[in-house]
Ligand binder design. Sequence first.
Ligand code: XBP
Ligand code: MG
Length: 237
Amino acid sequence: GFKALIFDVDGTLADTERDGHRPAFNAAFAEAGLDWVWDAKRYGELLRVTGGKERIATYIAEEGIALDPSRDASEVIAGLHRAKTRHYVALLEGGAIPLRPGVLRLLREARDAGVRLAIATTTTPENVSVLLDNAGEPGLRDWFEVIAAGDVVPAKKPAPDIFLLALSELGLDASDCVAVEDSDNGVRSALGAGLHALLVTVNDYTAGQDLSDAPLVVDHLGEPDRPARALIGDLGE
Ligand code: XBP
Ligand code: MG
């Protein structure tokens, strides 16, 4: 049987993008005195770029925004991004974003069955901690043996690096693991790492993406008549 589940975070464990990351970016821009506002639609376009700093850099380039030439652009972006993380953490500490339906059940069933749990995400490590610590299940963060997150690898998704790191920290082969993702970038990353047992649970931002390379795509993990365990059975266990 499968020995571990490796989860993406944003869009998979929780719908963090539209009402979590997006307003946090906007708050950071406003705080810096910038008139940049990312509405839900524009943010959806910008989501094709993973990583908050990378997303800000893409926006600046696409809008043709001229930054203060006396300051290093990557420093400016890093400063905005630090502020964004601060706003995001504050928002989630207030319990703004719950886990998606079925997620906690799947985690609990896997854990009870001795299946190991890991995370492979593009997001900043603090963002993972604050989500798990405010999900209504005390100690949830410790259920995850491996949390691979953010800038610890040279290339973010769709590159396979972060899944490869999670696999190496687990000490498992890709064929022993199931990946759970929500997006086209995540699918490319997981498949690139050799994770062919791949469950995709779409959300409003990713439902229209080309996910045809994924073996199993569902709307959410919460179908009462079809528990997540049965879905994973469909992946060939
Ligand atoms: C998630 C992301 C992240 C978040 C913001 O992608 O792209 O950038 O939007 O995180 P995935 P940071 O779910 O494919 O890992 O601002 O902390 O980078
Ligand atoms: Mg995601």
